[in-house]
Write a new protein. Sequence first.
Length: 291
Amino acid sequence: MSLAQHFQSDSPVISFELFPPKTEKGFKTLEKNVQQLLELNPAFFTCTYGAGGSSQAATLDVVSKVKKMTGLPIASHLTCVGSTVSELVDYLNRAVDVGCDYIVALRGDPPKGEDSFTAVEGGLRYANELVDLIKDKFPSLGIIVAGYPEVHQEAPDAQTDLLNLKRKVDAGADIIVTQLFYDNADYFAFVDQCHDIGIEIPIVPGILPVTNFAQAERIAKLCKARIPDELRDPMLQSDAPEHQFEVGVDHARRQSIELLDRGVPGIHYYVLNKSEAAKALMEGMSMPAGG
Ligand code: FAD
């Protein structure tokens, strides 16, 4: 099924984001958790690229394994960091060879120690250029791009960031998946602003069930996601891991229920290779079948 077709059905499309494990043991755990996540009827999986210093080979390994295990569509994330156009094309060819269906087309972050992003010679400067490349050379691949309800950290202002998002949409993206957020009001305001400038493709909220406060703080710093009082206060009532897990999962469950009630096209869960929190948060929710 094409990426766009998933979103033509009435039921919300559920997807799970994985990352490449660094060890053989991590791969075994990933396989076990993917089996459990399958019980939650996702429409597709995605696997990150380059994040945390992982290799291209590791992403392709996950793409290939998860595709074989699940038979579901799978997306590889891809960034422009450190690659020339011909290296990006080479990666895309290898991704297609191992069964990749969709690409999460990203610019990527500046390498560690650098303040701003600089394209390598013969490389690309922005994600919209990567979308152009994929549409030109790999028209059958579905394309997902990133959107920022709390504004991308390098953008001078929200309106400029939105216009830059529109460039990716105009280049041919099928859907937008948002950066994680903890306050649904930020997502709903973002969707309204996207509609105001003529963005009409599905805008899928990205939700991370945080399982402890230290993790929430680390991720908030990394992604500039604000932690609202209704998550912070109950979480800080106790250091007990079970308490923090429950509060984090409960918050993500309440976010999900409200988003689904208000008719979002789907939810993309940042599951961090774990199934426990995703399973716990979907308990008691009526989840769609397959999307
Ligand atoms: P862009 O859309 O290119 O935007 C980057 C900045 O440039 C923004 O401030 C934007 O406003 C501006 N801009 C964009 N286009 C133009 C233009 N044409 N002219 C002038 N300014 C412009 N990182 C990883 O390393 N690996 C991953 O797997 C990964 N997966 C992600 C998945 C999702 C769903 C999200 C939301 C983020 C992910 N990231 C990942 C993080 C991402 O790489 C960073 O947020 C990065 O800083 C921006 O990438 P982008 O594709 O949004 O960039």
